[in-house]
Unconditional design. Sequence first.
Length: 238
Amino acid sequence: MNLQDQHVVIIGGSSGIGLGVASACLEAGASLTLVGRAPDKLDAAASRLGGGQRVRTFTADVTDEAQVRELFQSRPPAHHVLLTSVHPYYQPIRQLDLAQARRTIDSKLVAALHVAKHANFAPQGSFTVTGGIAAERPGPGGSVIAAVNGALVALVRALALELAPVRVNVLSPGWIDTPTWDVVAGAAKQQRFEQHARRLPVGRIGTTADTSSAVLFLMGNGFITGEVLHVDGGHKLM
C-alpha cells in the first residue's frame, strides 16, 4: 500500500498494535502523529521507529474532550486515524469495581466519540477503531470489555453514515502478543498463549504484523465502511 504524503494519526501508538501499525505506515510512506498519555513512551516509540521528521508525537488523554480537540486543531488534516488505546479490565460481575469499569468504557467508547466529533479528516479519509474478540466470544470476568466492544460495533455503523464519505470500521483482534498481556496474564502469559494456540484453527497466537496488515487494508480499500474485520485466527469459531 502507498501512503506517500498521507498523514496518519495513531492513538495508542507507543506500543503493541498501535506501534506495529505505525511501523507499517511509515514503511508505506506516511507521516505520523503518535498519541498517548506518557511522553517518555511516545519519545521511545518515535526513536524506535526512526522516521525522523515524519514521526511526531502528541501527549493527550483521549478520554478528555478538550485534549482531543487540541490534538486535531494543532495537527494537519488526518488521512487516517487509528484508535487503539485501552485500559483492560477483567473482573467477575459480583466483584465489579465501577470506577475501573468506567476507565475501560472511557478509553474505548467515549474516546471514539471524542475523536469522531473533533477529528479533522482529509478527503476520502478513514477512521479505524480497535474492538476485540470479547464482543463475539466473551469469557468469565469479561462482561465490561465484551459490552464495550459490542457497543463499538454499533457506534461504527452509525458513524459510517454520519461521517461519510469518511470510512469508519472496526478492527477486531483476537489474542495478539502485545504488552497488554503482561498486565492481563502476568507470569502466566506464555502458558496461556501455548494453551490457546493449540485450540485455534491457525495453531498460533497473533502478532502485531497480522493486525498491521489488516489496518492498512482498511485504510486502503475505499469501498469498505461500517464493517468489522476479524483478525482472530478463527477464535470466534471455537
